[in-house]
Design a protein around this ligand. Structure first.
Ligand SMILES: *[C@@H]1O[C@H](CO)[C@@H](O)[C@H](O)[C@H]1NC(C)=O
Ligand SMILES: *[C@@H]1O[C@H](CO)[C@@H](O)[C@H](O)[C@H]1NC(C)=O
Ligand SMILES: *[C@@H]1O[C@H](CO)[C@@H](O)[C@H](O)[C@H]1NC(C)=O
Ligand SMILES: *[C@@H]1O[C@H](CO)[C@@H](O)[C@H](O)[C@H]1NC(C)=O
Ligand SMILES: *[C@@H]1O[C@H](CO)[C@@H](O)[C@H](O)[C@H]1NC(C)=O
Length: 648
């Protein structure tokens, strides 16, 4: 058991080493992709050392940050600038009131989070998000950073990968400095003097908020591989522990390593490396606030996209390699000698195992391709290619897929298990209702372009597959008491899905694996979020497909997926809905240009009464696997292990 723990950790160290020589490059982009590794850090304390020498004679800490060459940026530059930004109580009151209203009246899981007990693999204590936010309102602040970070912490405490509060301080990214020093496969014995595994488990439990399962959180934190569409390769990703989006507690981490072929242990003090994500358009604290944090001129008008299904209801995108990471060297031949690539798209790749020629591996690394329709053709082409190669067994690799289009997810589900009834791949759903939301829904009825709250886009479960012909869904809500909190809800409904075209569904009917759970397996590491979790739920719970879940902690359960049961929206979209309906939003707004995302529609497993997000039983896999240095570094090795275990 100790060895397996160590192996999991060593994979992390290996991936860190890959980043070692990366020359950081400042990026021009102001866009900060929401991180799939939402987490909270205790607020750092101000540093007192004098500035390291540099040519600019700035006395303002943010001026120093802006004018220091990125190659010389240190932890303290960031901390000092952030700590120098004064707290503005009027602005803070506005921001807090907005966040409070969202979590009181719009967030779907406010009541579910209050549950007294949760079954394994979840390990949540009851969580009162409204109470936590109210506590912030009663606290005295001097630091603006601390205030925003406390809101982030409160939201992170929900363990909901869909709920996120970005403080505008996320624009500086921090890495562990790594030089290639030959530490691959060394065992990490301690971190900051504590047993390494307990240190990481504590961090995963207390600081990381992307799943209700601490072992799935651990997988999000540790290094892993992700598929890179541009290069067509699986590349190393350092994970949320060694790549932070908020300021870590101290300027460095201390590691003790035990390396093979070495009698002594190695002590390492690893300083954080700072990688700016925006061009420094500020020269002091005041211009940092004005140019980086404050709201730009208000844009008016409804959002460009339309309809709840056609939107990307997904804040957590797949991990993309960024400009500052060292490009992976071009491959010398294919990445895997034993697995041929048959078909590639922008969300899926189809591999054929040479030594197990009846096995095809369908890697689905995101549900967020640039073009859903084109990807559907790719999926059909991939399945046809499997058939042409005499494949009978399919392994679906979902590792690192943090979701995307619900429509594409439902499509993939049905390409392996075609619907018997029209709504087989639809989720029973409901939504929170409040008076201002009812007003919005009234004006949105029949105009789906203007908001998500158009009853005509939802199906009346009591009337076959017909959509609502009036606004009763929102006008006649029901009162539910959940965990001691009473709220208004819509009745159970579901989103209107476009039917799958016969050009897609007809050819798959005769494939040997179609509707045959014995011939299909899922491989996941719990980092299968949102739309990915929905697909995994359908196959495992309704079609009896077995899943192999890898990683986490040896001997403990591990979720197959995370944050599976909700559709997510950005706060600004909600404001736009009110605006385009000519209504005054009950939400004040945000003084800063920051982004809040939150789930607004929750889903249920079929015949279940607990929302899927909290229905822990449905998250348990049938089989467990552990990472080894070999299978952590090569998907081919891993696929062969699973195929051998699945189809003896
Ligand atoms: C930052 O430092 C690097 C290495 O010392 C140097 O090559 C680069 O020109 C410097 N950049 C700026 C903007 O001064
Ligand atoms: C994948 O993305 C590339 C680049 O954006 C695009 O040219 C190509 O058409 C896309 N393919 C599919 C199947 O969507
Ligand atoms: C598939 O099986 C058929 C019949 O056994 C055989 O003729 C064909 O060569 C095989 N195709 C491939 C690509 O192996
Ligand atoms: C849903 O359909 C049922 C059965 O046709 C009908 O009785 C009910 O009024 C409908 N609900 C709404 C809100 O239209
Ligand atoms: C049921 O759906 C049909 C359309 O399929 C519609 O004409 C009818 O009004 C609906 N009934 C109710 C009660 O909503």
């Amino acid at each position: 058991m100790v060895l397996l723990h160590s192996l999991i950790l060593s994979a992390s160290v290996a991936a860190l080493a890959v980043l070692s020589n990366a020359a950081p490059t400042p990026s021009d982009s102001m866009t900060i992709k929401p991180t799939p590794t939402a987490h909270r850090e205790p607020t750092p304390t101000a540093t007192t050392e004098p500035n390291p020498g540099h040519p600019h004679a700035h006395t303002d800490a943010c001026g120093v940050l802006a004018s220091t060459n990125y190659t010389e940026l240190k932890y303290k530059h960031v901390v000092d600038c952030y700590n120098s930004i004064p707290f503005d109580s009027a602005q803070a009151a506005t921001a807090l009131s907005t966040v409070l209203t969202i979590f009181k009246d719009y967030y779907v899981f406010t009541d579910s989070a209050l549950a007294r007990t949760v079954p394994e693999p979840f390990a949540d204590a009851p969580y009162d998000i409204v109470g936590e936010l109210e506590k912030i309102g009663r606290r005295k602040y001097t630091s603006d950073y601390k205030f925003h970070n406390d809101i982030l912490e409160a939201v992170t405490g929900l363990g909901d990968g869909h709920a996120d509060y970005q403080s505008m301080y996320l624009s500086v990214r921090v890495y562990l400095d790594k030089a290639k020093r030959g530490y691959d496969d060394c065992i990490v014995e301690t971190i900051n003097g504590e047993d390494a595994l307990s240190y990481l488990r504590t961090y995963a439990r207390d600081v990381f908020g992307v799943s209700h399962d601490p072992n799935a959180r651990l997988n999000f934190m540790l290094a892993s591989q992700s598929y890179d569409t541009a290069s067509g390769l699986f590349t190393d990703y350092p994970g949320g522990f060694s790549q932070r989006f908020t300021v870590p507690q101290g300027p460095y981490l201390d590691y003790r390593l035990k390396c093979p072929h070495k009698a002594d242990t190695t002590e390492l003090r690893e300083e954080w490396r700072v990688l700016p994500q925006i061009k420094a358009s500020y020269t002091d604290a005041a211009s940092y606030v004005a140019n980086i944090c404050m709201e730009p001129p208000v844009t008016i008008g409804p959002p460009a996209e339309s309809g709840p299904l056609r939107r990307r209801n997904e804040p957590v995108h797949r991990i993309t390699k960024r400009a500052e990471l060292e490009p992976t060297p071009p491959p010398i031949g294919p990445q895997f000698p034993g697995a041929d690539v048959l078909v590639t798209g922008n969300a899926t790749v189809f591999y054929h195992l040479k030594n197990q020629p009846n096995t095809g591996v369908l890697v689905c690394y995101t549900f967020d391709p640039s073009d859903d329709a084109a990807e559907k053709d790719v999926i059909l082409a991939g399945l046809k290619a499997f058939h042409a190669h005499n494949v009978t067994n399919i392994l679906v690799d979902f590792q690192g897929n943090t979701g995307g289009s619900v429509d594409l997810s439902a499509f993939l589900v049905q390409m392996l298990f075609p619907n018997k009834n029209p709504l087989d791949a639809a989720f029973p759903c409901d939504m929170r209702v409040s008076k201002p939301l009812q007003n919005l829904a009234k004006l949105s009825y029949g105009i789906s372009d203007s908001s998500f709250f158009d009853a005509h886009e939802y199906i009346n479960f009591s009337n076959g597959t017909a959509v609502y012909e009036n606004n009763d869904l929102f006008d006649k809500p029901v009162t539910l008491n959940r965990n001691g909190r009473r709220s208004l809800w819509t009745e159970i409904t579901t989103l209107k899905f476009p039917p799958i075209e016969s050009k897609h569904i007809t050819p798959v009917a005769s494939f040997p694996w179609t509707a045959n759970p014995e011939n299909i397996r899922i491989l996941t590491d719990g980092r299968c979020g949102s739309a990915c979790g929905m697909a995994a739920y359908f196959w495992t719970a309704l079609h009896d497909v077995a899943a192999y879940a890898i990683g986490g902690t040896h001997g403990e359960d591990l979720s197959m997926f995370s944050f599976a049961g909700a559709s997510v929206m950005e706060f600004s979209a909600l404001q736009d809905f009110y605006k385009s309906a000519d209504l005054i939003s009950p939400l004040t707004g945000l003084p800063y240009k920051n982004k809040i995302t939150f789930p607004w529609l929750e889903m249920y497993g079929h015949g279940r009464t607990t929302p899927l997000e909290y229905d822990a039983e449905l998250y348990r896999p049938r089989h467990r696997l552990g990472f080894t240095p070999k299978n952590a570094r090569s998907r081919e090795v891993l696929w062969k292990e699973v195929a051998a275990a699945a189809w003896k």
